[in-house]
Design a protein around this ligand. Structure first.
Ligand code: DX5
Ligand code: ZN
Length: 220
């Protein structure tokens, strides 16, 4: 699939999200951060808003669920039209069953790991997943500093994906910018979430292009 850039609307103007999404027409995905004030200390939006956002754009939407009980709540986001649903392994009671359910309902199944969660215990799950999301900040807020300590895990995850010959995408989220994207791409990431870097830029779509170019250059 190659390099993909997925702007996070967490750093966009919440009073004008449809218009904000229209500012990044070259995005591969739109990343929507769902937070429940329990799994993370922040509160954002739910399925009704995801449904409205999906209707507002032709770009596919990935719902990043930073919520407790994703086993009970993920289906609503597929039904809302998300093309990918990302649940946190730390919150999932039965990640294999959940990934299979998301796929069965017709979306890509994506599993996220917080910075302190190791990838090795989940080696055998890789074939069940369309995407692994490695958080490169503690989830909850945009605009945080990239955690360099996550780089070895990105490298390890890519090794495990190669070992198993899976087509699973390796996504990173948190602190991705023109300064950090090359290191993540070199380590093996291929999908890049960027919130503040994109929406704080004067020209968000030009920033999407610039991020893409950096990542492509780092991997060719
Ligand atoms: C943080 C969210 C991220 C956030 C990233 O918990 O999952 O998607 O929007 O924002 P930046 O790119 O500003 O670190
Ligand atoms: Zn996110």
């Amino acid at each position: 699939m190659g390099i993909q850039i997925t702007p996070s609307i967490l750093s966009a103007d919440f009073a004008a999200l449809g218009a904000e999404i229209a500012r990044v027409p070259s995005a591969d995905w739109i990343h929507v951060d769902v937070m429940d004030n329990h799994f993370v200390p922040n509160l954002t939006l739910g399925p009704a808003m995801v449904e409205a956002l999906v209707r507002s754009t032709t770009v596919p939407v990935d719902a990043h669920l930073m919520i407790t009980e994703p086993d009970r709540n993920s289906a609503a986001y597929v039904e809302a039209g998300a093309s990918s649903v990302t649940f946190h392994v730390e919150a999932a009671a039965a990640p294999v069953r959940l990934a299979r359910e998301i796929r069965r309902l017709g979306a890509r199944a994506s599993m996220a790991l917080k910075p302190a969660t190791p990838i090795d215990p989940y080696e055998d799950l890789l074939a069940e997943l369309d995407t692994v999301l490695l958080m490169t900040v503690e989830p909850g807020f945009g605009g945080q500093t990239f955690l360099e300590l996550c780089l070895p895990k990105i490298r390890r995850c890519r090794e495990l994906m190669d070992k198993h010959g899976v087509q699973t995408w390796l996504q990173v989220d948190g602190g991705i910018s023109l300064e950090t994207i090359e290191r993540c791409a070199e380590a093996g990431a291929d999908v890049f979430v960027a919130g503040s870097a994109v929406f704080d830029a004067d020209d968000p779509d030009a920033m999407v292009a610039a991020l893409r170019e950096r990542a492509v250059t780092a991997t060719t």
